[in-house]
Design a protein around this ligand. Sequence first.
Ligand code: MF3
Ligand code: CO
Ligand code: CO
Length: 274
Amino acid sequence: MTQYQHVTEDMSVYRDGTIKLHGPEGFEGMRKAGRLAAEVLDELTARVEPGVTTDELDRVAREMMLDAGAVPATLGYRGYTHSCCISINHVVCHGIPSDKRLKDGDIVNIDVTPLLDGWHGDTSRMFFVGEPALKAKKLVDVTYECLMEGIAQVRPGARLGDIGAAIQKMAERHRYGVVRDFCGHGLGRLFHDAPEVVHAARAGTGPELKAGMFMTIEPMINLGRPHVKLLNDGWTAVTRDKSLSAQFEHSIGITEDGAEIFTTSPKGLHKPPY
Ligand code: MF3
Ligand code: CO
Ligand code: CO
C-alpha cells in the first residue's frame, strides 16, 4: 500500500519511500528553483548552434546557477562532475558535456537542476541545431505533446498510472517507443524521491495523486524501439537501435484542481523552433 507523509520542511530531507505532501513554503521554494532552471535553458537557447562545444554550454549553465546563488545538483551527484546533461541525437539521457561540437541537423536535449535555497528545479528541453530532418523535428514535437498530455492528467484523485498511460498512447499512436529504463521522480528537498513516475502505464493504476505532491514528468521517446544501453562511461544512455531520441521535462506540484508547472519558460521558449 502506498503511504503518504505530511511533512514539516525539516523532516522532508529523508528518502523513506513515502510520497511527501508539501505546504505553501515548499511551493514557494519550488517556484524559485523551477524558475531559475527555466531561465538557464532560456539563456542557453541562443547559444545552441553549429560549432559550439557542449562543455561551453555546461560552463554557461554552471556560472548562471552559481551567480543566482544556486548549486548545480548534478555536480558531484553519484560521481557526476558536470552542471547539466546534454544528450545529442540517439543519446536518450545523461549525455556528458565534452569538447564535442554540435553540428547542423542535430537534435539536442539539455537538462538542468539548480538546487536553490534547499529546493530542486529539474527541467529539460529539446533544441534544434540548424535545420534537422523533418522526421527528427516531428519526434521532438510529439515528445513535447507527450509531456503536456501527461501533465494534463494530473489532479487530486487521479492515479499515477494515468500519466504514463496518456504519454504511451500519444507516443505509440505515432509508432514511437517509450523508454522504460528511466522515469520521472518525486523531488523537492531531495533530487530524486518517491514516487517513480513511469512514462508507460495502465490508466487507473498506481497511487492516488494528492495535492502537495511534487514530481517530474520527463518522457524519453524514441523514433525506433524503446530499448536503451549504457555506454562504458557509466552515464550515457543511448538507443540500442541507434534511432533518434527526444525528451522534455517539467517539475510540477499538485494543486487542489490540477498541476502547477514550476519550470515554465519565462520567455515562452517551450519547444523548438525557438
Ligand atoms: N536531471 C536528471 C533527471 O531528470 C538527472 C541527472 S543526474 C546526472 O533526473 F548525474 F546524470 F546528472
Ligand atoms: Co528529473
Ligand atoms: Co532532469
